[in-house]
Write a protein that binds this ligand. Sequence first.
Ligand SMILES: [Zn+2]
Length: 401
Amino acid sequence: MDDYRSAPAPASSAARTRPPERGSGIPLGRLLGVPIYLAPSWLLLAALITLTYSQFLTSRREELSLGTGLAVGFGFVVCLLLSVLLHELGHAITSRQSGIGVSGITLEMLGGYTEMEREAPRPGVELFVSLAGPVVSLLLGLLSGAAALVLPAGGIAETFAFQLALSNIVVAVFNALPGLPLDGGRALQALVWKLSGDPNLGRRVAGWSGRLVAVATAGTVIVLFAQGILDGWFGLLFTLLVSVTMWVGAGQAIRHGKVAASLPPFNARELARPIVPVAAVTPLAEAERIAEQSGGHHLAVVDGAGAMLGFVHGASARAVPAERRPWVPIGDVTRRLDEHHVLPGDLRGTDLLHAIRDDPGGDYLVVSGEDVHGVLRGAELLSLVETRRPDGWPTSRRNRT
Ligand SMILES: [Zn+2]
């Protein structure tokens, strides 16, 4: 089971040099430029599947040694992992083609997820990206099924290919169910968005539908188990775990829809205030006079060549005693701009809130390519949010499966 999700990272070029998101797992390297991580939880599932699969094999074929059974079981786990990786690459590549940056793919116990740098700009893009994963799984299922047909009947290879086909088709079908956080839920969200023009309504509808899918999944597996059609506690517990995770993810999607609907309808460029460039060598007293003359615009400290260095650090500037102000250069009380404090002008909604989450009170430079729009003050953005939503900070918009 898997999903993809937008990552709370700004889409500026600087953001690409950001360290991996927290909790991304063990780095496995890059594929087509996309960083791949393995969550430690996967190792637990890998061990369980290897054991279960080798038991299944050796119980049916007594001539097989335990070692061979374990090796084939581990091979099966690796093929499952590669299948999930290809499914996620389906999301990642279509997403990148649509102009949405991808910050990484994480493979984990219940599947995997692709983190995007922002949300889809249009319902059509959301639909395209969401369906790409299940389509890849379906193709893998058909390919493995075809391999099973041509391989010698009754052999280990045929069984292996058949089970890989079955796994990929189950992944494709299950992920196509129309409830968030599944891919089908993304597709439903995109459809409601397209019909209503409201992405947040889409999110809430698909979130509620996700809760129904979670309950239906749990109910179905319990009935199958009670009737003896599904035997083995592993399958029961695994599916129940998937259902609970889905329920939680669906709830997050509903909350995200509610919060996003309450956010100011402005992007970073519209929220940016004008800045006045001041050379770093300018004495603090002189710089304050310039700011006053400009009508209280924010000071942007630049170097001799006019390149942006940063913004004045309010507390440090206030701490300078009055008699020293004519002598202290403004560069000494400047907070240097880093890549986390540069925002693209078209960032809005929860993307914008998440971009400032590590320093909500900070000052951010808003740019579009080479154009500098001004400064976005984190505290001001928050006060807009707080007046619209008294209970404050939104919950994570990461969807889980
Ligand atoms: Zn997917």
